[in-house]
Design a protein around this ligand. Sequence first.
Ligand code: PLP
Length: 423
Amino acid sequence: MSTNAEIAARASNVLVSNYRQAPIALARGKGSEVWDADGKRYLDLYGGIAVSALGHAHPRLVKAIADQAASILHTTNLVYNEPSIRLAEKLVSFTRPTPDAAPLLSRAFFCNSGTEAMEACVKLARRRAFLAGENRRTRFLAFHNAFHGRSMGALALTGTPKYWEGFGCDVERTTHVAYGDLDAVSIALDSKQGEYCAIVVEPVQGEGGVLPAPAGFLRNLRTLATEHGALLIVDEVQTGIGRTGKWFGYQQTSVEPDAIALAKGLGGGVPIGAMLIREELNHVLTPGSHGSTFGGNPLATAAALAVVETMEEEGLLEHVVAMGQRLSEQLQNVAARHPLLFEGERGLGLLRGLLMRPTVEARTMLVAARAKGVLLSVASERVLRFTPPLNVEARILDEAAQLLDLAAASLDAPISETTLPSR
Ligand code: PLP
């Protein structure tokens, strides 16, 4: 077995240098604990950035993957495969507004990532207008600091220039306004009547800094979208599949989207994305107009099915609410004990952020936490993001809170030296 240092040295020779990677290689995991190539143990509070819904090596997920691999891995979409149909039936059933109601979103399209799920939404919105003869309706309304993926279409919706600068993508066809600013949305829609094909929004801005939508915001967007003949597309790539304590983040309010994008936690670590749409939009993507070689492949859909069935059987939505509350309280305590470092915490369910003071970079705390054995990610420069497995145990959160306290204490002294006025 190679060491962390050996692996990092080899990586620097062969990998494209587009990632800022920590100098460790994770070698194995169990539940919410992982071990690096040197054998050091970490508490995994980033969960592969909201991906490892069932933690690591969950026996049910391992078995589903192994069984499917031993049966048939890939079929193409030229034929049917049952795991994808069962997964689609499950996912649409989660969109029933009440147990007896019909699903709000009754059709699923499968792909391989969040970017691709958003790309499908972009194409859906544009083509719907095209088929209706509305050729001017090609514009999107999205939000500053939003993150929707890195393909040219999804990238144009992403509301942070650093992601699209230099790539020549068509950002001109997206109007970005401040998240939460309904007046700005109205002004933008009014100023280009008949041009908007969709409003695109995250229920909680994830990459943008773990910022939940203000109360009533999504509902008002729904009203405005309908008034202006635009779709309401909700990007649930980070918030979906139980992350906020509901199957989908939009279900925290009574808003009814036209389409949602899913990925991340859906496969529990196996790459898969999905777009769910309303029945009346099913005429838009006709045979041949859109597709994916791997999308809906039996391996990925069997894994995703195991994830959502396990979540149902283990009551993980309720668990997320309880653990989210516990984590929130712990982070508030950590913030209160280290006021030079932290401003506070925010989030929904198990998507939570610890806000740094403007003078402290979140990355500094990320490195300190890693040294103490807690893995986290950063969302915007100023927010430390917590997206643990949805089945994280209370004992893991409690241990992590103690380690974060120690990590923060290791930064307190140097920070107070630089921020206290000199005498
Ligand atoms: N949309 C949101 C809200 C995301 O958080 C992400 C990834 O972080 C994406 C889309 C893109 O997903 P992927 O990285 O799977 O392509």
